[in-house]
Design a protein around this ligand. Structure first.
Ligand code: C2E
Ligand code: CA
Ligand code: CA
Length: 280
């Protein structure tokens, strides 16, 4: 193999280090993702299980890459976190989602809006609270309808700092949700120690719902515990009617999953909101 120029050589070394061309492309192009306006937010409805009404949306970012197509956040967020671009991505998502929420508000829809934040962003963006405050003020959105979703990894990393930052965020009036509850590192003590308003029970619990009564019992206890602690419960990853029916028996608060709707672009989710409202 002959090499023509430095770039070829670089690609070869990177490839020989086991990086795929896809990964290299993503790492290279991530730097211009904001400038080229390639990010898009999809929204997934959250449904109140008693009434069947849509009461909230989770903002889930996607990257419309010119050659690779839609790239999932699980693939590009970790790579964005290796660079400073993550801060711009984070801010863009927050602002864009709040803009959308303002539109909903003006249509008389007072939806809860959930935005994800990774441990990296949480710990390293020193002006996070200020950014959130500025955006909330600019778009005049109701802070009590804004939910920041964090994971348990945040608590594990440094409980004291986590606590301080969460209280700072909560002083704006916004709410905190603990995402993916029940996976990996879970400790029930986070539920009482951290200033959280909502827990999102991980999809794993729903997946095993059909496998036996033990899993139903665990889910049941988690929901009861959350209720007793006055925490709102969101059950994620509900895919079938059967699962939904089983959850209904648990007096769960809120459900989210493909059974109701996949995450959709703003236009389509707005259409869904119109259809849904006339259905219920
Ligand atoms: P997550 O916060 O746990 O989001 C739920 C994921 O499950 C989403 O994947 C959603 O599309 C998917 N999902 C929802 N309902 C179902 C279902 O019924 N069945 C199945 N199989 N999947 C379902 P998505 O959108 O690919 O996002 C993946 C992860 O990327 C998110 O997990 C979140 O941790 C992260 N993420 C998404 N948007 C952002 C963002 O703006 N910032 C940050 N930092 N992370 C984000
Ligand atoms: Ca989430
Ligand atoms: Ca989740």
């Amino acid at each position: 193999v002959k090499y023509h120029g430095k770039n070829h050589y670089r690609v070869f070394t990177a490839l020989s280090e086991g990086k795929s061309i896809r990964k290299l492309t993503i790492e290279k192009d991530i730097h211009t993702v904001i400038r080229e306006n390639q990010l898009e937010i999809f929204y997934q409805p959250q449904v109140e299980s008693n009434s069947g009404r849509i009461i909230g949306m989770e903002a889930l970012v996607r990257w419309n890459h010119p050659t690779l197509g839609i790239i999932s956040p699980s693939e590009f967020i970790p790579l964005a976190e290796a660079t400073d671009i993550i801060f711009a991505v984070n801010e863009w998502v927050l602002e864009e989602a709040c803009k959308q929420q303002k539109e909903w508000m003006e249509q008389g829809l007072h939806l809860k809006l959930s935005v994800n934040i990774s441990p990296q962003q949480f710990y390293h963006q020193s002006d996070l609270t200020k950014k959130v405050k500025d955006i909330v003020n600019t778009y005049k959105i109701d802070p009590t309808k804004l939910v920041i979703e964090i994971t348990e990894l945040i608590a594990i990393h440094n409980m004291d700092i986590a606590m301080e930052k969460l209280l700072e965020l909560k002083s704006l009036g916004i709410q905190i949700a603990l995402d993916d509850f029940g996976t990996g590192y879970s400790s029930l003590s986070y539920l009482t120690r951290l200033p959280i308003d909502e827990i999102k029970i991980a999809k794993e619990f729903i997946d095993t719902l059909d496998e036996g009564t033990e899993n139903q019992a665990i889910l049941h206890s988690l929901v009861k515990l959350a209720n007793d602690l006055n925490l709102r419960v969101v059950i994620e990853g509900v895919e079938t009617e059967e699962q939904y029916k089983k959850l209904h028996l648990l007096s769960c608060h809120i459900v989210q999953g493909y059974y109701f709707s996949k995450p959709l672009p703003a236009k389509q989710v707005n259409q869904l909101l119109i259809e849904w409202t006339t259905m219920y």
